[in-house]
Design a protein. Sequence first.
Length: 573
Amino acid sequence: MLDHVIKGVTVVDGTGAAAFVADVGIRDGRIARIGTIEEESRTSEDAHGLVLAPGFVDPHTHYDAQLFWDPYATPSLNHGVTTVAAGNCGFTLAPLKPQDADYTRRMMSKVEGMSLVALEEGAPWSWRGFGEYLDALEGRIAVNAGFMVGHCALRRYVMGADAVGGQPSEEQLAAIVGLLHEAMDAGAWGFSTTQSSTHSDGDGKPVASRHALPAELIALSKAVGEHEGTQIEAIVAGCLDQFSDAEIDLFVEMSAAAGRPLNWNVLTIDAAVPERVPRQLFASERARKAGGRVVALTMPILTPMNMSLGTFCALNLIPGWGPILSLPVPERIAKLREPDVRAEMLVRANSKEAGVFRRLANFGRYVIGDTYSAANEGLTGRVVKDIAAERGQEPFECLVEICAADELRTVLWPMPSDNDPASWALRAETWQHEDVLLGGSDAGAHLDRMCGAPYTTRFIGDCLRGRKLVGLEQAVKMLSDDPARLFGLRERGQVREGWHADLVLFDPERIDAGKATLVHDLPGDSPRLDSKAIGITAVWVNGVEAIRGDVVSGSVPGRVLRSGRDTRTVSTR
């Protein structure tokens, strides 16, 4: 007997093949039958007019901590994501010595925008080795989750405080490599690292991995190549704009040394900077010739971001802005009101040095969000350039005065600069590249600043009823089988007999994502942005219903996916 049958559904199987109508039967966590099903089942549903697709795979998340207090990885699971890749950017919660827990929490709060209270109250912090961390999640999550092991944790475990600013001795490097081997033996998907200038710890110092020299990175990459089903994920400063020659060399050497794919995040596509995409994909071209593979992640939607002059956000990462925006609020307001200071800030924001953050420098195109003072009553939803024109002010001066009236609590929404037809055409073209993969949601991070998790439903809705840049079958493949193949997931990513029943059932006439709204549902009543899934009928993980009508079922059928057992090695050729 089958466990469940989905009758008369339009199957989009993830391979890119044409959709077809069939019954789909589930048994023991697997897709047992596809076709006309007469066999009895415990439950069934009529799904005529609905689409059944493989569960989506998000290749770049930071759910490492959130899964302890939210085993459903919301809102990703609501939007059809059944498998998440975490442990990215060199940041993981393990391996961990007890005395380093506070440092790790403060680092994660700073670099990934996680609530410090939620980190302190929501996770047990009871593990030491990476395998113990994975074991702590086993059997209590509703999504499938795989984890890279972070370079910062490896360095901190071996070198202690010297991990920031120091270089390992030969013995220490051997110990760091040994820890990586132990983590991959326990099921880590591979190795992640960051060299990005935007990543600083809770003390404001460059995170540990930023101090690593190329020889250390190559040694760790070689270790990755000794384990089945492993990967590398890496971030460098050039990921935000354009790679330097040295950064391209590093990526190529790391991937070639491992004989494994290396993915990076995120390829920003903007027709106003036409030279960026060819430059960034030159790393992939070089890697192919050297026997490696470098894959760029890129988002298929524009992700709105909350900005503020009062709390840490992307504005703090503009060169020269961090020291000003880190001052106590009264001093910060006074400094921002100085014309010479504002003028210098604008120069820095528009400089080549600012890289991709130049996109944030057109302050006339900011929309005012929530306000908190009588002086700002009626400004919510208005564009700064219009308010500035009424007041006879320059846009940045106007924005500062609005924020100052709210003691810098004003929510700001920058209007995207790359929402033009030329940029969307360039995206559609770039998506066809063999080393470009959709993803980069950062789900689980920057919780009150951005909400990238709904990219799956928003993208499919756009493909069906919006810009229609790709067809439905191709869109589903890009969200499911393509990332599953990159990570070498065994028997996941397609609607196929015998494969794991990770499935999403949706209404093609309605599928979309709701507006991001601020909710207070984290431990300690901390805030985060959430987005309702629209048109998602149900989501199954390993054959068990996990979502029905955007509501979690209470079941926790997800698995910790471990390298080798649940992933196979992906050739770089």
